[in-house]
Every structure is written in structure tokens, then in C-alpha cells.
Design a protein around this ligand. Structure first.
Ligand code: UD1
Ligand code: CA
Length: 497
């Protein structure tokens, strides 16, 4: 490469994203459809970002408000340039370059709908462009089925001559299996000049970017066409079937990388991992696992089966089984599930537990504390070593505002306790099963807040005569005659299995 070390590979990046994407049949602009945790245009921008271009232009048109809002989020430094009418990819590139008149040097131009492009492929293209001293270099691929794509026409020496769109191709040209990827590196000045001269005499009556090549060749300018190493890289995405295929390919790549790095993926067919996710070695992903967004998983963890984690942190040795978790932080060796729902603001401490049928939100569960069964824990701080009995509800909402509950270290909340916030149960305190706790329980005390039990003797035999219950009661009465009383009851402070 002639480029001095430290120089960016290209001066500018132009992403063409104004097309309507009619074939998606969607009210969402095509480039905003997502796969693997990013939009189509997001993948293209992410692949190009490491090239370090000083200027990035995205051409928007169809659904431009939505696309511009998305760009402001994912690539605030990119300049959105509006192409009022979609007159073709050549026109789109022309509009882009007109918006940055001072841009000089090599420019990378890419279609916005090629989500499998990798940085490596783009770097190889730019390196080949440099090495050939080219003014216009197109990325190509040999594909099994070239249907719908532009064909690369080469001369007897193998030098590129033209790119011919399928609709405009002769039968002979249609047989060519080397296709245009829709990715180009060109000298900015050369590209401006040649685009200004493009006509629209083709089957679609559009100004084709692909028509830039032939006049340059005819004028004797140095050009090149470089094959991508992996033909999958260049695949576009024009309809929902292609979107599903690209999603599968991208997922296969992500899982391959994870497996190479020491992650066990039990069933790659049913495991879906976004490109933005990190997983440590010796972690096992069971079938039906989806890891999305900024999710990060440590080493030696187990996730799944049938678990979705969105923007979660799972620390080393934790396990999350058949659960749905959003924005939760799951500490080392903590266990979740089966069948639990952890919502944003959940933080499970080391070795803690959110067991079966537990929902949590804005809840800190301290080290070693357990919420084993059937509970809602909202807006709560639970200390260390506490046990929350089955069917406890943190009653956080009074219909107007949310309030917080604090449960101290080693507290034991009896089964079916309602903790009516704001309320505090002190360190080492208990609550009796079935209590509705509306005022603080001091450290070491037991809060009992339930109606005393009243037994009405003989009620069943009087009021439900002839029923199986009455018969059973009669038999028991017979046995009880002369045989003492029932064993004493405990207070039912908790339920711990
Ligand atoms: C294009 C190429 C084709 C190539 C294929 C690779 C042209 C004429 N053809 O075909 O050779 O094999 O990509 O996937 O370029 N766009 C605009 N404004 C417009 C028209 C298009 O911004 O007025 C954008 C689209 O949003 C899209 C890109 O340009 O990102 C390509 O347009 P598209 O209609 O998808 O072209 P293809 O038919 O796929
Ligand atoms: Ca396309």
C-alpha cells in the first residue's frame, strides 16, 4: 500500500440509503430493518467505521425523517444528505458528493442494504485500489445465483470493462456469475466528473452508479474490479426472505466466533446472538437462547434453554433458565428461573436467587439472598442472606406513585407477605406468613399483621350435611372421641424448601 502509516484508508464514506425498498412491503424504510442487533445501515456504517474516514455521508430519501432520527442515534457524526427524488444510485452518489465539495482523495461508496460486509473486506478493497493506482475500483463476488444483480464484464485480459444491470444485459452477459457488490472506492474528483456525465438510457430510466465504470475504462483511466474472499459478504437485502437469509448467515458467523472462543452452543439453529453481545469461555448456551443488545456474559455461566436476555450483564458461574430478562445485572453464581421475568434495574448479588415465577424491577437482591418462588419484587433493596417467602409481593404502587421497600440482612419474610411500600423490615427481622406489613418492622422483631384465626366447630356437619366433607368430618369426630387434641401449630414465619 502506498498510504503512509496512520493515514485513514479513505477520506470519505458515502452510504446510499435513499431507496424506497419497495420489495420489503413495509412502512419502515428498508435500511432500518434489523438483524443481529443492528439496522441494515447500522451494519454498513459499523463495517466502514474502522477505516477512519474523516467524512461520512448518508444519502436519505424514502422515510427520511425516520432514517435521520436513527442516524442521529447511531452515527451522530455522519452527515445526512437528502436525495429528494430517487433517480438512481448514480444520482444518489452525485448528491452526496455535492454536499461535501471539499472532499478529496479516495471515497468508499456503499449500498446501504449489505449487512454482511466486513471491515476486512473493505480494507482489502481499499488496499487493492491503492496497489493498482486505480481511480475507480469495484468490489465483486462470484455467486451461484446472480439473478437480479449487476454483472461484471471483463475483457480478454481479465480487466474490468463495464457493469451491466441484469435488465440491460444480453443473454451472454446474464451467464456471468461475477456480480457487482454495490461497493466502490473511487477518487472523489474523478467520481464527481464521471457522475455528472451519466445518462439514464437504461431499462429503469435511472442514473446508475454502475455506469461510471465503462466511460472511465474507455478514457484509459486505471480501474480495477476486486473479488471478495467470502461471497456472502456482498449479499444485499431486498425483501423479507433475503432479510431472513442474511440474519441466519450473520448469526452463524457470530456463533462460529463464540464457539472458537470457547463458548458451548448446544443448538446453533435455535440460538440467536446479536453482533453486540460478548460471552466468556466455558459458558453454555442451551437451545432456544436469544442474547440481544449490550448483553455481556461471563465465564462458566449457563443460559437457557428458552431464555431471552436483552441488555443484561450475567457474571461468571451464574445460571439463567427459561427466563426473560431486560436490563438486569445477574451477579456471579446467582441463579435465575425457571420461568422468571427480570426487568430493568434488577441487580442480583453474588450467589443470590430469583427462582421460579419471580418478577423483579428496580430491585437489588443482596449477596446470597433468595427469592425462591412466585414473588413480585419491585422498587426494593434486599440486604444479604435474606429469604423472601413464596408469594411475597412488594406492593410498590399506590395508584399514583411508586415507593421503595427495604429488607435488611438475614431478614426472613414469611410466605404470602404483602410489603406495602414505603416500608422497612430491619436486619434479622421476620414477618409472619400472610401478613400485610404497612409499618416498619424493627431489627430482630417479627411483624405479625393478619386477622387472628377463628374456628367455628361443627360448621360443616351443620351447613353441608350429606357432603363428602361432612362425612369425613363425622368419621374424624368418631375417631377423635376420647383421643386428645390436635398438635400445636407453628406461627408460619416462612416457607423455605
Ligand atoms: C445495485 C446495483 C447492482 C448491484 C446490487 C448489489 C445499481 C444500478 N445496481 O442493484 O449492480 O449488483 O446493487 O446489491 O446501483 N439508492 C439511493 N437512491 C436511489 C436509488 C438507490 O440512495 O435513487 C440506494 C438504495 O437505497 C440502495 C442502493 O442505492 O442502498 C442500491 O439500490 P438498489 O435499488 O437496492 O439497487 P439494486 O437493484 O440492489
Ligand atoms: Ca439492493
Amino acid at each position: 500500500m502506498s498510504r503512509p502509516a496512520g493515514q485513514p484508508a479513505v477520506a470519505g464514506v458515502v452510504v446510499l440509503a435513499a431507496g424506497q425498498g419497495t420489495r420489503m412491503r413495509s412502512s419502515t424504510p428498508k435500511v432500518l430493518h434489523t438483524l443481529g442487533g443492528r439496522s441494515l445501515v447500522g451494519h454498513v456504517l459499523a463495517a466502514a467505521a474502522p477505516l477512519g474516514a474523516g467524512t461520512t455521508v448518508v444519502v436519505v430519501g424514502s422515510g427520511r425523517d425516520q432514517v435521520e432520527a436513527h442516524l442521529a442515534e447511531i452515527a451522530p457524526a455522519a452527515v445526512a444528505v437528502v436525495q429528494e427524488q430517487q433517480l438512481g444510485s448514480g444520482h444518489a452518489a452525485e448528491v452526496a458528493l455535492a454536499a461535501v465539495p471539499d472532499l478529496e482523495g479516495p471515497v468508499l461508496v456503499l449500498n446501504g442494504d449489505s449487512p454482511l460486509l466486513t471491515t476486512g473486506t473493505l480494507e482489502a478493497l481499499v488496499a487493492a485500489h491503492d496497489a493498482a493506482g486505480s481511480v475507480f475500483t469495484v468490489l465483486t463476488a462470484e455467486v451461484e445465483d446472480p439473478t437480479g444483480l449487476g454483472r461484471i464484464v471483463r475483457d480478454e485480459q481479465g480487466a474490468p470493462r463495464a457493469i451491466v444491470e441484469e435488465r440491460d444485459a444480453t443473454d451472454e452477459q446474464r451467464a456471468i456469475r461475477e456480480v457487482n457488490a454495490g461497493v466502490y472506492v473511487a477518487n472523489a474528483g474523478t467520481l464527481r466528473r464521471v457522475l455528472a456525465g451519466l445518462g439514464t438510457s437504461n431499462a429503469q430510466g435511472e442514473q446508475y452508479l454502475t455506469d461510471a465504470l465503462a466511460p472511465l475504462v474507455e478514457g484509459g483511466a486505471p480501474t480495477a474490479a476486486v473479488r471478495a474472499e467470502d461471497p456472502d459478504d456482498v449479499l444485499g437485502c431486498n425483501d423479507r426472505r433475503e432479510l431472513a437469509e442474511r440474519r441466519r448467515t450473520l448469526n452463524d458467523r457470530v456463533l462460529d466466533d463464540l464457539m472458537r472462543a470457547g463458548v458451548t452452543v448446544v443448538d446453533p439453529q435455535t440460538t440467536w446472538v446479536d453482533v453486540t453481545v460478548a460471552v466468556g469461555n466455558d459458558t453454555v448456551l442451551e437451545p432456544g437462547t436469544q442474547l440481544r443488545g449490550t448483553t455481556t456474559i461471563g465465564s462458566g455461566a449457563v443460559v437457557g434453554p428458552d431464555t431471552t436476555l436483552v441488555d443484561c450483564v450475567v457474571d461468571d458461574g451464574a445460571s439463567v433458565v427459561r427466563s426473560h430478562c431486560l436490563g438486569a445485572v445477574i451477579g456471579p453464581e446467582a441463579t435465575v428461573g425457571p420461568f422468571s421475568y427480570l426487568r430493568p434495574g434488577t441487580r442480583l448479588g453474588r450467589g443470590s436467587k430469583a427462582g421460579a415465577f419471580v418478577e423483579t424491577k428496580n430491585a437489588e437482591v443482596g449477596e446470597g439472598s433468595k427469592v425462591p418462588h412466585l414473588s413480585y419484587v419491585g422498587d426494593a433493596t434486599i440486604g444479604r442472606g435474606a429469604n423472601i417467602g413464596a408469594a411475597t409481593v412488594f406492593v410498590n404502587y399506590d395508584g399514583v406513585a411508586k415507593h421503595r421497600t427495604t429488607v435488611g440482612d438475614h431478614a426472613r419474610i414469611g410466605s404470602d407477605t404483602m410489603l406495602v411500600a414505603p416500608v422497612t423490615v430491619g436486619d434479622g427481622a421476620y414477618t409472619a406468613a400472610g401478613s400485610v406489613i404497612t409499618s416498619d418492622v424493627p431489627p430482630g422483631a417479627i411483624g405479625v399483621a393478619r386477622a387472628p384465626q377463628r374456628n367455628v366447630a361443627g360448621w360443616v356437619r351443620r351447613r353441608r350435611p350429606g357432603s363428602p366433607a361432612a362425612e369425613a368430618a363425622a368419621a374424624a369426630d368418631g375417631r377423635a372421641e376420647g383421643s386428645g387434641t390436635n398438635a400445636p401449630k407453628n406461627i408460619g414465619a416462612d416457607h423455605d424448601s
